[in-house]
Design a protein around this ligand. Structure first.
Ligand code: PLP
Length: 416
């Protein structure tokens, strides 16, 4: 290997000096990644939770090839195109309530930035100044850009060093019980006039450690936000598109947020695309004869036609293939396969929600060693912090899922 694995490419979340060189992938298919040396790995995490239909689904590939020949990109300022128009209408129809107004961007973090800007400008457009902060939750993760980082758990290692450069948000524990609910209620009452919104990950705090919470917790957050007159931003970047067992996680709580963020599985994991979707009530605050009331955002590649064509094809698959049933079947298998690990002395907890299975250790293991052992077993599993988790493609073959669960059980048993 020449250029790959040298320091020419600066890698994500990686200490370049000490990290093992990356493996070179040359092909993907279904739930398999083929390496340059010919080895094939079963992918347990669907490329950071994106490839819900597996890799190279022929329906998405055909739609993309067609769009590629026709118009891979055109700017969205002053122009529109059928793939974006169709996708916007379909998302509005699929999402609950009046979540009808779709702003496309190109990554999850930027979808969150747009949601934060929407919330802040919403109040300015209503003539109310001073609402410059959001309330976010401990354990949360919303992305790596400045605004998104400011809403991540401030104690969590990843972004702590940037604290002095970020807007200072307000943080609370998720209201898992009456005491936390009362504390959140009091905090919101005290700070409501400086708050623009409440932001929450729905049903599971992903990068914060696959920390699941029941639908009632989300319903409580929504109720309290409403009580204090604050818009609720639901970050469904991880949970959207069937990962938790329903098309969108907020459905399980009967919650209709005011703003909802999507990305990751939006294109079935093929292209970078994100959407920030607002209700008609939010949108109407920007509807004005005053040009300065317009939402001031516009990424160069927003609503990229190729990405929108991929997303439309991905939505077709949710209509024509049984993704929700597959998610339920994976959930049952993960529960059966991982639950016994909770008995190990070195395991703190096993959590399963939809097609997400996580095993939390009592102490942080040697992550590099764990990653090596997974690869040696022919699976692509990427533990972080003190957890090992599986978020496979919803289409994964049952034999492959067995092999993933067996590998996790074996490596955890050796470690815990
Ligand atoms: N929000 C949540 C809940 C996420 O899980 C992530 C990524 O893991 C993001 C936001 C950021 O998305 P991206 O990495 O596409 O910027």
């Amino acid at each position: 290997m020449t250029a790959l694995g040298t320091h020419n490419l600066w890698r994500p979340y990686t200490q370049m000096k000490t990290a093992a060189p990356p493996l070179e992938a040359v092909a993907t298919r279904g739930s398999r990644i083929t390496l340059a040396d010919g080895r094939e790995l079963i992918d347990g995490i669907a490329s950071w939770w994106t490839a819900v239909h597996g890799y190279n689904h022929p329906h998405i590939a055909a739609a993309m090839a067609d769009q590629l020949a026709r118009m891979p990109h055109v700017m969205f300022g002053g122009l529109t195109h059928a793939p974006a128009e169709r996708l916007g209408q379909r998302l509005a129809a699929l999402l609950p309530g009046e979540l009808n107004h779709v702003f496309f961007t190109d990554s999850g973090s930027v979808a969150v930035e747009v949601a934060l800007k929407m919330a802040v400008q919403l109040w300015l457009n209503r003539g109310e100044t001073g609402r410059t902060r959001v309330l976010a939750f401990r354990g949360g993760y919303h992305g790596d850009t400045m605004g998104a980082m400011s809403a991540c758990d401030p104690e969590e290692g990843m972004h702590r060093r940037f604290g002095a450069y970020l807007p200072t948000q307000l943080f609370a524990d998720l209201p898992r019980g009456p005491e936390q609910e009362a504390a959140l209620d009091a905090l919101l009452a005290r700070h409501r006039h400086e708050l623009a919104a409440v932001i929450v990950e729905t049903l599971v705090q992903g990068a914060g450690g696959m920390l699941t919470h029941p639908p009632e917790v989300l319903a409580t957050v929504a109720r309290l936000a409403r009580r204090h007159g604050l818009p609720l931003i639901a970050d469904e970047i991880f949970t959207g598109f069937a990962r938790t067992g329903s098309l969108f996680a907020c459905e399980q709580a009967g919650v209709v947020p005011d703003i909802l963020c999507l990305s990751k599985a939006l294109t079935g994991g093929t292209m970078s695309l994100a959407a920030t979707v607002a209700t008609t009530e939010i949108f109407s605050a920007f509807w004005s004869d005053d040009p300065s009331a317009a939402l001031m955002h516009g990424p160069t590649f927003m609503a990229n036609p190729l990405a929108c064509a991929a997303a439309n094809a991905s939505l077709d698959l949710f209509e024509t293939e049984p993704r929700l049933d597959q998610a339920a079947a994976i959930a049952a298998r993960l529960r059966d396969g991982l639950a016994p690990l909770a008995r190990l002395a070195g395991v703190r907890e096993v959590r399963v929600l939809g097609a997400i299975g996580a095993v939390q250790f009592t102490v942080t293991p040697d992550l590099a060693d764990l990653k090596r052992r997974f690869v040696a077993r022919g699976v692509w599993v990427r533990p972080f912090g003190d957890i090992v988790y599986l978020t496979p493609a919803l289409t994964i073959a049952s034999g492959d899922l067995d092999r993933l669960i067996e590998a996790v059980a074996a490596v955890v048993t050796e470690t815990a």
